[in-house]
Ligand binder design. Sequence first.
Ligand code: SAM
Length: 472
Amino acid sequence: LMSVMNKNVFRQIALRQEVRDYLRNVYTNKELVSELGEDEAERVFASLMSCVFHPPSFTCLRASTHLFPIQDVQHRLEQHLAQQPGRDCYGDSVPTPIFRHPLLPDVLLLPVSGPRDVRMQSSEVTVGAQCGCAVLRGAHVFAPGVLSTPKFMKVGDVVSVFSDVEGRCTRGAKEFQGKKVFLGNGVCVMDRSDIFCTEGPIRGVAIRMNEAIYESPSFDGVLPTELFLQNLPSVVVGHVVGPRPGERILDMCAAPGGKTTHIAALMGNQGVLVALDKIKSKVEKIRQNAHTLQLDCIKAYCHDSIQAVQSGKTQEPFTDVPPFPEESFDRVLLDAPCSGLGQRPNMAVTWSVKEVCSYPPLQRKLFTAVRLLKKGGVMVYSTCTVTLAENEEQVAWALKTFPCLTLEPQEPHLGSPGMLGAALSPDQLMLLQRFRPELAWGGARDGHAPENLLLKASTDTIGFFIAKFIKR
Ligand SMILES: C[S@@+](CC[C@H](N)C(=O)[O-])C[C@H]1O[C@@H](n2cnc3c(N)ncnc32)[C@H](O)[C@@H]1O
């Protein structure tokens, strides 16, 4: 019975019908259908809808190789994991193996096991979708994420944890009958009253997960100077930018600083890396991450990157404070705000098509990046979404609008080529890198041979897009 229940709830991402139709049109566009045929294009789309619901099959950790040799970081991580062994699909305790990636010298990979069948308890706790996604990636339940608990829930109670898929559960409810997904079981470390009846903001773990549908070690506050939790395609971005010590680099949309800190580490903390974000509280997060990882070449500012070029003819000499004179930077990263539809796991997106389609105009405005780049400089554009309008179509637009830009090969290139549908040539598509988990997806219970593990780690990722340009 439990097995049947898990399979029923673990189906597909919940989207508004209009967004599903929009995406379906993207994945069955004319160019694609004439290449693949209609049935195959439909199959790939169905695969996308299913795979984004589930977490990638590896947790990716970036090691601080600017501070420690990777072997040392791996050793410390092994020692940490020895204290919290994982479970296999039968529920037996096993040590979590750590893999190195052959093409990414600063990456450590931990396999995620699951989904496994877990017996539901009679006591139910409901958490918000964001908290639910974190639980599917190995986190415990933190108190701010809890929405409903049984009336008399006490420390030590064993409860089943569900994620509210549609954002309908009210905080403080005693039960929830809406659309929800079972995430596993845990033990309460807070009473209901600790969660809901306290003055001021509530912090800390409320439920310690001990039988999650997907098992992965929890990394909250673990080895913070040695490790940074980051999706594999995002680590690829840092390498594709190709920073060198002593350069002047701009990260246009930087918070919370995952890619900024990686680029600074690859610069050996030498040079200037300006990190901009338009949200003040997020800029503080970049500074905290830079401080934790001991990277003082990062200069973070709260600034709208659309306004990052100095106006007027007489331009001030370069300081690291925005706005900047034209042609100030050796490299620019535009990791653009996007519709985020490649994120995994993702149980539900409540957005309308209008909201999804609001991103391309904003992304185009952020191509002020081109003016800030020196001649011969490198610009990388990336998103964590799967639409053509935010990816290949932006590349086609940029090549037409800025004749000084040419596409460049990317190193490493672990993803697929760009997707058909934006009238780019086969050679141009080959220069793009699109991470397409739907192509590797054989269902949540797809077993994989040990020799294919690393291929799986590079393909069963979040959906992601990278383009690299040079300004001639
Ligand atoms: C995809 S996230 C960046 C993730 C980040 N690069 C990382 O790897 O940690 C996009 C960011 O762009 C910021 N943003 C959106 N519009 C912006 C603008 N006009 N200027 C600067 N930042 C902007 C958002 O606040 C958000 O933090």
